[in-house]
Design a protein around this ligand. Structure first.
Ligand code: PRT
Ligand code: ZN
Length: 292
């Protein structure tokens, strides 16, 4: 195991899989510089005392809980399944998926109650057991490590509990969703001793601030526009929370330039209303980071 310097904070991420690319992108956006070629086992950040270790996602909870590493990025689904003794610090807003119960399209099963006494194949036995127990449904579980979706066709199970993101795999295997157990996304977790440690706590706080900066920037866009000065009160009404936009006069008399941020979720709606109100030359820029 890499242990170049005891003082470095250690972060475990998935070596190769669905979370890898977006995790590397997220770390780079957060300002960490490091090499990351295909056969890597670990990387040392050039501009921060942090080592990144590349491991299987299933190993991350144990590594963090036991203190082999201080921090980890993994799917919430793995936390729900393994319930390791770690502290979740942030949701990272990528790697979205849901754990669902699915049955063959043609099957007569209409409701989860119809699964009583049936066999269910899954790679998430703990999550599945908990769900059916909470719903007072007795089922048998067959634990499968991969290709769970083919088990109904093979006659191994009458239903499956599996992760789904686009739904293509279910469609290809003629399965339909009966119900959802939980939603998941990538999360940032820490070892509890690291959080309490004098030395590493400071590094951890810096890291969390950087991550939060990237996450909140995702929510907003930077907008510049020109407008006649007299419609400013109207524009202020359209952009909620816009108490003090940056306003500068334009060479054309009676006209101003306005700079502000707009929340992503109401973005198009807001832009259309600004345009209707008389704003012109609207320029939209992505925001790299917001430090509050
Ligand atoms: O080798 P290693 O053990 O590290 O990787 P792995 O094969 O166990 O995991 P990997 O790379 O498949 O997934 C890593 C993490 O990505 C998971 O723990 C989830 O948090 C997240 N994630 C997001 C997903 C999916 N979306 C997903 N769709 N993990 C798995 N799937 C699978 C699902 O099991 C099914 O087989 O993709 C298939 C369905 O995808 P759709 O798009 O057809 O619905
Ligand atoms: Zn895995």
């Amino acid at each position: 195991m890499a242990n170049l310097n005891e003082k470095n904070i250690k972060l475990a991420i998935q070596k190769e899989g669905r979370l890898t690319e977006e995790t590397l992108e997220f770390l780079r956006k957060s300002g960490f510089e490091f090499e990351s070629y295909k056969q890597r086992l670990f990387s040392l950040c050039r501009n921060f005392p942090m080592e990144i270790l590349y491991v299987r996602d299933d190993d991350i909870p144990d590594y963090v809980a036991s203190g082999i590493v201080d921090l980890g990025i993994l799917g919430q689904n793995i936390l729900n399944e393994e319930r390791p003794n770690v502290k979740k610090l942030l949701n990272l807003r990528y790697g979205f998926c849901s754990l669902i119960v699915a049955v063959p399209k043609e099957s007569g099963i209409k409701d989860i109650q119809d699964l009583k006494g049936k066999t269910i194949a899954t790679s998430y036995p703990q999550s599945a057991k908990k769900f059916f127990k909470e719903n007072n449904i007795t089922i048998d579980i067959v634990e499968i490590s991969g290709s769970v979706e083919i088990t109904p066709a093979l006659g191994v199970a009458q239903a499956i509990v599996d992760l789904v993101s686009t739904g293509s795999t279910l469609a290809l295997n003629d399965l339909r969703i009966l119900t959802k157990i939980y939603d998941s996304e990538a999360v940032f977790v820490a070892n509890k001793k690291t959080i309490a440690s004098n030395e590493k706590q400071i590094l951890l706080q810096k890291l969390v601030m950087r991550f939060k900066g990237v996450l909140s920037a995702k929510d907003y866009k930077y907008v510049m526009m020109n407008a006649p000065e007299k419609i400013l009160p109207k524009l202020k009404k359209i952009v909620p929370g816009l108490k003090s936009p940056t306003i500068s006069p334009l060479a054309k008399s009676g006209w101003i330039s306005i700079q502000t941020v707009i929340k992503e979720e109401v973005f198009w709606e807001t832009i259309e209303r600004l345009k209707q109100a008389g704003a012109q030359g609207i320029i939209i820029l992505p925001i790299e980071k917001i430090i509050i």
